[in-house]
Design a protein around this ligand. Structure first.
Ligand code: FES
Length: 144
């Protein structure tokens, strides 16, 4: 059911971890499955993504898509990184089962959230980037 690439990125995820003092960081979640993804970006003065790391509390497909997404955005400019859509991530992974498409969407949203944070911190506008939808609060809220 899963492609070899998905299994590879799930078993050996690339770029797991955090970046100290990131240029941008974004956390997103899916309220239905409860999975959470956080992306860290290190961006140089030419707006090129030097480093990208992630932490994912989620299913195997979410881990594989975050891993692939970090690989795809590395070396790209912030503008080019917007092209790393969930479709692009899925294609790079040779596809995902239909019930797992939302996991790749989480990867796209996490990149966007991190880019948004970077843009906000630096007072710049990344054309085509809109403020991320954020249902993370209800996922991390205390029950009591
Ligand atoms: Fe929700 Fe994979 S099941 S992110």
């Amino acid at each position: 059911m899963y492609s070899e690439k998905v299994m590879d990125h799930f078993s050996n995820p690339r770029n797991v971890g955090e970046i100290d003092n990131p240029s941008g960081v974004g956390t997103v979640g899916n309220a239905k499955c409860g999975d959470i993804m956080r992306m860290y970006l290190d961006i140089d003065e030419n707006q090129v993504i030097r480093e990208c790391k992630f932490k994912t509390f989620g299913c195997g497909a979410a881990i594989a898509t975050s891993s692939m997404a970090t690989e795809l955005v590395k070396g790209k400019t912030v503008q080019e990184a917007l092209q790393v859509t969930n479709k692009a991530v899925m294609e790079a992974l040779d596809g995902l089962p239909p019930v797992k498409v939302h996991c790749s969407l989480l990867a796209e949203q996490a990149i966007h959230a991190a880019l948004w944070d970077y843009a906000k911190k630096n007072n710049i506008v990344i054309e085509g980037l809109s403020e991320p939808v954020d249902d993370i609060e209800e996922l991390t809220e205390d029950e009591d």
